[in-house]
Design a protein around this ligand. Sequence first.
Ligand SMILES: Cc1ncc(COP(=O)(O)O)c(C=O)c1O
Length: 403
Amino acid sequence: MKKDYRHYLENTPDAEGRFGQYGGAYIPPQLVGPMKEINDAYLKISRSHRFIEELRSIRKHYQGRPTPVYHAARLSEKCGGAQIYLKREDLNHTGAHKINHCMGEGLLAKYMGKKKLIAETGAGQHGVALATAAAYFGLECEIHMGEVDIIKEHPNVVRMKLLGAKVVPVSAGLKTLKEAVDSAFVAYLTDPVNSIYCIGSVVGPHPFPMMVRDFQHVVGVEAREQFLEMTGGLPNLITACVGGGSNAMGLFSGFLNDPCEIWGVEPLGRGPKTGDHAATATYGKPGIIHGFKCYLLQDEKGEPSPVYSIASGLDYPGVGPEHSHLKDEGRIKYTAIDDKECLNGFFTLCRSEGIIPALESAHAVAFAMKKAKEMKSGTILVNLSGRGDKDLDFVVDNYGYGD
Ligand SMILES: Cc1ncc(COP(=O)(O)O)c(C=O)c1O
């Protein structure tokens, strides 16, 4: 029998931050106090009328919500099957869904009397969104970023600096997202009284996966209402790309109790045989990273494996604990799209709809194109998590104009 998800969000995670066997807080003793402070403050403040009203007003007047749902008719025609719709999170201020949780985290920091926001970033979208929130609330901001990503995502580094953030280059290991998280946590521990860690996805120790999911939930709530109004029904399938999983959880959390298929799309990079991918839910097994339990790409010793994706924001060996749990429950299915398919999705959306997607989002577009052909009829709703401005130089220098 189908599980009832009507009260799922109120009851999940549990008080210890568990989503089934996943999540929790596997943290050093010096982090226990700061995490409890954030959790207690979040539970109290985020439910207050004042906080809810202020966040609602920011979303409407500053961020540009609600973002539209758009029927991609020419893309659908090209695929020749199901009709594809896009939830346009790329139209948010700063160009991606990340601003949804950053304004929430920034507002919480303000209510808690914090002076500084600290975070990691991969593609730079979370860093830009957090630097924006810091400027908006008049707070300091420090963003840790792998040196590889600093080169690849140069436009976002410039934006963060213009917004007044300090960008800290990380030269350890593969110099990408995982190492940036390590570095940001160390920096946060030097002054947890005046600063707050603002994680960039539904990952990390409790309460971050819950907080970020709650702040992203607006995407699913809006999209469901908009889709019903536009079409008179619900989509047959919804999908989103999955790095840590915040844009996906945002959309999916609005549809868990509906009869829609739900698909998370991971990066298959250069293919499963090469090992150069970051398809965590697809190929990983349960393990621990950055203070939480989840599906993890790991070696025999349980150490996170090196990962790769053409999209820096998907380049992470773990995945949100809630994704891990909903995978085990069978409510969400996971699949993976390789770099070549991603680029095809990227160029096709540019040419057929006049929309340049982020490389991360192009993974979900490519999957929707594949599925649309297969399904022959019905509807697919894709979370277009971000715009591709940050990726233009990288794509054109390496792959030309897609001709
Ligand atoms: C546009 C965009 N989409 C998706 C992601 C992946 O993050 P998440 O899985 O948390 O949505 C990123 C990360 O930087 C991003 O910039």
